[in-house]
Design a protein around this ligand. Structure first.
Ligand SMILES: C[S@@+](CC[C@H](N)C(=O)[O-])C[C@H]1O[C@@H](n2cnc3c(N)ncnc32)[C@H](O)[C@@H]1O
Length: 238
């Protein structure tokens, strides 16, 4: 990965964000919330990351403008349900930015990172080459037969695909791959569902659809980090 223009800091203190956000750190001392994870590779994964060195470890800044999960944490979502050791199904991995931070969080677990665009998967493969806990899967999230052959039952499902039937794909994925009692997260882009309707109306409708088979534990609108997006945290019933 690229090495130029990295922003490095030393002598800065980080503290764990809280019990419900294991392995996620924030700058200590009232300087406003900025998120960090301990780099699994001991270095940056993407260009221009801000790195902090503390107690012999390297921490990477996680930018909410580039990751909907980070944006939801910045907006004080109550919990995310991802912990060390978990196996994760990630639908819509793109080039792997958010994947790389989940990889830092779960550490000994495994992420099955599904992406359907071959040109993007090439970059994802570079991320996985340095991270043994990322398995790139070139597949369509709607191809359940293919995913069934390549993905086991998981502890967490994360979905970020800007598709009109994104809610249906998410509920089907949770039905097929998520262990009972475990969590999933759905990032919804209102404009992918219907450009002509008000985003909040769409989010309410998505929520009602999710509640037919999952418990919606929390949700956050992601503005100002992502316009007209909402992230839902759901729990699969036992
Ligand atoms: C908004 S981007 C994801 C960004 C990424 N989650 C992150 O935070 O770094 C959406 C991605 O989903 C992929 N995608 C869309 N529909 C898909 C599908 N049916 N199956 C798999 N990937 C899909 C797109 O190719 C695109 O790379």
């Amino acid at each position: 990965m690229r090495r130029r223009n990295q922003r490095r800091r030393t002598n800065t203190k980080l503290e764990m964000l809280g019990k419900k956000f294991p392995n996620i750190y924030s700058l200590a001392g009232g300087k406003g919330k900025r998120l960090f994870t301990e780099s699994l590779t001991g270095k940056e994964s993407f260009p221009e990351e801000t790195l902090i060195r503390m107690n012999g470890k390297v921490f990477r800044e996680w930018e909410p403008e580039r990751s909907k999960l980070a944006a939801a944490i910045m907006k004080d979502i109550s919990q995310i349900g991802i912990r060390e050791g978990m196996n994760v199904l990630y639908l819509g991995a793109a080039h792997g930015y958010t994947v790389s931070f989940i990889s830092d969080i779960i550490r000994t677990g495994m992420i099955f990172a599904v992406e359907k665009a071959p040109q993007v998967v090439r970059e994802l493969i570079l991320v996985s080459a340095e991270r043994k806990n990322v398995a790139p899967v070139l597949a369509d999230a709607q191809d359940f037969e293919e995913l069934g052959r390549r993905v086991p039952l998981v502890d967490f499902v994360y979905q970020d695909i800007a598709q009109q039937n994104q809610t249906e794909i998410f509920t089907r994925s949770c039905r097929a791959f998520l262990k009972p009692g475990h969590f999933g997260m759905l990032a919804v882009k209102a404009r992918s569902i219907d450009v002509s309707r008000k985003p909040k109306e769409i989010f309410n409708e998505v929520r009602r659809t999710l509640e037919r088979e999952l418990v919606v534990v929390d949700y956050r609108y992601l503005d100002p980090f992502e316009k007209d997006h909402c992230l839902f945290v759901c729990k699969k019933r036992n």
